[in-house]
Design a protein around this ligand. Structure first.
Ligand code: TGC
Ligand code: FAD
Length: 392
């Protein structure tokens, strides 16, 4: 019997025909970096719960992915679609790697780029784009995750200075950051502050014993009467719309990124099923296996079409927050389902770090929760459909 030519899920959908030449070149460069630099090391980093964040930040800076869709200040100024494709390739390595890049570029850098003064931009954006300075973004608090409007961290005036007091929780990159963008209540509503992490009173203990995102630094931020100069405040942001505008950027990256974890899981499962003989023939030759592979490929391909559509809307400047919610909700929910189903195809072998599938599934538990839980995105979509806000 002659072997048939096979296609990958994305080849089945011919999604490459929707991507420009330059975008494909960027994607392929990031994919090579992940294959050569990340995949050989990631299982060990995950098992030990540590990553060489400082080295990686510099390498990612040299690759040009930090704040890559922003203009000026050393940023590459690519299309939003190219940024999405880069997120997909990074997350095919590990969600923790994509998180490092999302938090740096879409949250910390974007906050300064969109809402900062010229001086703040000049001081922080070039070293952050190069990966010489690492940023974090402190919005969530121990008692206020889905509802950041209730935050208790407070900044009060002291002469022309500010004094900042409070606690932030679950902050990616916190313990390795050089600069933290911290959101706090003030007499004028919620404001953002650019806080160099060597300021007295700033501490960032790392959160340990995680079962998800183990190859990512997650921290608490303790702000114990941190004194900041008048020009530490982001002049362009007043109210909750300031931090939420940054979340749109990071959520957009996740719309693509989650599909990378799913693609890597599915490619692993297909290769494994072809290789593994069960009851005297390859696992891939059973109808039950093929039904799983077909259904997963459908969801992966549909997710990619949705991501590319949202990417084009973003490039045209017309992407709305509720549309980002459609993509984040669907693509993370389907990607975690794919990673879990792939694990069944690998049987017992699927539970180890020899294969990436359970690592991806465990990581996607965090991705399902951060940047707005699935329930929050259902409620955003529900509000868009009905006009009724059902958050409270
Ligand atoms: P609501 O009354 O709806 O809005 C308050 C003000 O904000 C404006 N707004 C937005 N602006 C920009 N983008 C959006 N997506 C916006 N959504 C709302 C809105 O127009 C209003 O403006 P104004 O001028 O009238 O004041 O606010 P709400 O308190 O009812 O909350 C709505 C809700 C629940 C959707 C929001 O609080 C929310 O999204 N909660 C989820 C919190 C969240 O996602 N946190 C993420 C923290 S960062 C993180 O997880 C990083 S993970 C690491 C990684 O990315 O890898
Ligand atoms: P809660 O808000 O307590 O939610 C608990 C449950 O209640 C969820 O299922 C939720 O969907 C549900 N729920 C909430 N509201 C409603 C409602 N109105 N109706 C029905 N159900 C509801 N934050 C940052 O600021 N910066 C970071 O860099 C960052 N990095 C993170 C990294 C990791 C690994 C993780 C896990 C989290 C990170 N976060 C970060 C925090 C993240 O954004 C929050 O965990 C998330 O917003 C949810 O908040 P919570 O965990 O407090 O859950």
């Amino acid at each position: 019997m002659t072997a048939r030519t096979t296609q990958t899920p994305f080849q089945l959908f011919d999604t490459d025909s929707l991507i420009g030449e330059e975008e494909r070149a960027i994607r392929d460069t990031v994919r090579r970096f992940v294959e050569d630099r990340i995949k050989p090391e990631i299982a060990d980093w995950y098992e030990s719960g540590s990553i060489p964040a400082r080295d990686l930040a510099k390498e990612l800076g040299a690759l040009g992915v930090l704040g890559m869709h922003l203009d000026g200040y050393g940023c590459a100024g690519t299309s939003a679609t190219a940024y999405g494709l880069a997120c997909l390739e990074l997350e095919a390595g590990d969600s923790g790697l994509r998180s490092l890049v999302s938090v740096q570029g879409s949250l910390a850098m974007f906050a300064i780029w969109r809402h900062g003064s010229d001086e703040q931009k000049q001081e922080w954006l070039p070293p952050m784009a190069a990966g010489e300075a690492i940023g974090c973004f402190g919005l969530t608090e121990p008692d206020f995750g889905s509802n950041p409007a209730g935050m208790r961290t407070r900044a009060v005036r002291d002469g022309s200075d500010w004094r900042l007091t409070g606690n932030k929780m679950w902050i990616t990159n916190g313990s390795v950051a050089d600069v933290a963008v911290v959101w706090a209540q003030t007499d004028d509503g919620i404001r953002g502050f650019v806080v160099p992490t060597d300021t007295p009173g700033f501490m960032a203990p790392e959160i340990k014993k995680k079962m998800s995102l183990r190859a990512s630094v997650t921290s608490e931020l303790v702000l114990d009467d941190v004194r900041l100069p008048a020009d530490a405040v982001l002049p362009g942001a007043t109210g909750l719309s300031g931090p939420l505008s940054c979340l749109n950027e990071a959520r957009y990256g996740i719309v693509f990124g989650a599909l990378g974890a799913a693609r890597d899981s599915l490619e692993t499962a297909i290769a494994y099923a072809k290789d593994r003989d069960i009851f005297d023939k390859p696992l891939a030759a059973y109808q039950l296996t093929q039904a799983k592979l077909a259904d997963m490929s459908l969801e992966l391909g549909k997710g990619m079409l949705l991501a590319l559509h949202l990417g084009r809307l973003k490039d045209a400047g017309s992407l709305r927050p509720e549309q980002v919610s459609l993509g984040k909700l669907n693509n993370v929910r389907e990607s975690i389902a794919i990673a879990r189903e792939c694990r069944t195809i690998l049987g017992a072998a699927g539970i180890t770090l020899e294969h990436p599938v359970l690592r991806h599934a465990n990581n996607l538990e965090s991705v399902l929760t951060y940047e707005g839980t699935s329930e929050v995105h259902q409620l955003v979509i529900g509000r868009a459909l009905t006009g009724e806000a059902a958050f409270r």
